[in-house]
Write a protein that binds this ligand. Structure first.
Ligand SMILES: *Cc1c(COP(=O)(O)O)cnc(C)c1O
Length: 400
């Protein structure tokens, strides 16, 4: 294997039995992915099934209030409601070209599971999803959606019964079914070649955004902002601008409640180096190297690690990584909804909140692009729990 590192981060630290399927995936990435036939077929799916290209939407009300032009890259309009499908369609199609008949995937909040299940249904493949038992209980509607698309959903009872355990279990399952199955990893992390593979499939976001900026306002944006969970929507956006030294790039992590010692999902800002899920990266871990439970109000940012390319972008100083607390993300959610009639996912609301809360760091009269990674319809239960009173709900029990 030609193992990719991002500075000192990345790599492929896995049991030997996982090397053959990772090698096969790397070969496909090198030999199948660049072919015109594959690219044409993927593009057809992205356009006619997933709804690309997504708009770059100007926000008139907020731009007036903020004193700069705010633009949103509308990944919320991608089929199934987030950027996840750029990756699942890419990997699903690649798996088909590799002769696989089944997709296995992990999911935390359920968004990646839903996108993988829909992709498998569309491509005529079998689909098996591993999900922490705790998440299966918390995300019942997404479990339902996966099953409606024909996927098998396995509740993982090990460890903290959440995402990190689901990834371990899916990797384990892949060992015994690698002949027929591709592991459709959900973010730009994990063992080589996944950080590169997922970033490639998500970089459609940055490519489109770059062209749309040039077309709509005749130059590159001054600032580009995206939220960072595992780091896939953000790396997809950032890759469109990394070589443009005048474009300031900002990633936003979830700081949780923000109380001292609280659980959070800010591996870059608050973590330390270590190995998790087959790559060297920054992790939320205790002094003994045990993974700390992560927390964010947005389930999709709730991952104790982060993609290795982001660590390198932080270390080299190319990208600044900020943090936003739960309460500010909720305020950002409210402000965009009310001002522009767009309901952002709570994950994306972290990126918005960073922009709303740092007006002095943003250029007056300039152009700021935020990656709106997903839509907020899935988050109504949580919004009702935290902001219910503000929207006229009393103390009645909260669903979702
Ligand atoms: C999954 C998800 C994220 C976080 O994942 P990344 O890999 O960091 O992009 C962000 N936003 C939405 C809407 C998601 O569903």
């Amino acid at each position: 294997m030609n193992i990719k590192y991002y500075g000192e981060y990345g790599g492929c630290f896995v049991p030997e039995l996982l090397i053959p399927p990772l090698q096969e995936t790397e070969d496909a990435m090198r030999n199948i992915m660049p072919t015109q036939k594959f690219q044409d077929e993927l593009n057809d799916l992205l356009v006619n099934y997933a709804g690309r290209e997504t708009p770059l939407t100007f926000c008139p009300t907020l731009s007036k209030e903020l004193g700069f032009n705010l633009w949103l890259k509308r990944e919320d309009l991608v089929h199934t409601g987030a950027h996840k499908m750029n990756n699942t369609l890419g990997q699903g199609l690649l798996a088909k070209y590799m002769g696989k008949t089944c997709l296995v995937a992990e999911t935390g909040a359920g968004q990646h599971g839903v996108a993988t299940a829909a992709t498998a249904a569309r491509l005529g493949m079998k689909c098996v999803i591993y999900m922490g038992a705790e998440d299966v209980e918390r995300q019942a509607m997404n479990v339902m959606r996966m099953r409606v698309f024909g996927a098998e959903v396995h509740a993982v009872e090990t460890g903290t019964r959440t995402l990190k355990d689901a990834i371990n279990e899916a990797l384990r399952a892949w060992i015994s079914c690698q002949e027929t199955t591709h592991y459709c990893f959900g973010t730009a992390a994990g063992p080589h070649p996944f950080p590169e593979l997922v970033a490639e499939f998500q970089s459609v976001i940055g490519r489109e955004t770059r062209a749309q900026c040039l077309q709509k306002f005749g130059k590159l944006p001054d600032v580009v902002v995206a939220c960072v969970g595992g780091g896939s929507n953000s790396i997809g956006m950032f890759r469109g601008f990394l070589d443009d030294k005048d474009v300031r790039i900002i990633g936003v992590e979830a700081a949780g409640t923000g109380e001292p010692g609280c659980f959070n999902s800010a591996a870059l800002n608050l973590g330390s180096p270590g190995v998790l899920h087959g790559n060297r990266t920054m992790l939320l871990q205790n002094e003994d190297g045990q993974i700390e439970p992560s927390h964010s109000v947005s389930a999709g940012l709730d991952y104790p690690g982060v993609g290795p390319e982001h660590v390198n972008l932080m270390v080299t100083g190319r990208v600044h990584y900020g943090m936003v607390k739960d309460a500010r993300a909720l305020a950002g959610f409210d402000r965009l909804s009310r001002s522009e009639g767009i309901l952002p996912a709570l994950e994306s609301s972290h990126a918005l909140a960073w922009v709303f809360d740092h007006p002095d760091e943003l250029p007056k009269g300039g152009n700021v692009v935020v990656c709106l990674s997903g839509r907020g319809d899935k988050d109504m239960g949580i919004v009702k729990k935290y902001l219910g009173a503000q929207y006229g709900f009393g103390d009645e029990s909260v669903e979702g």
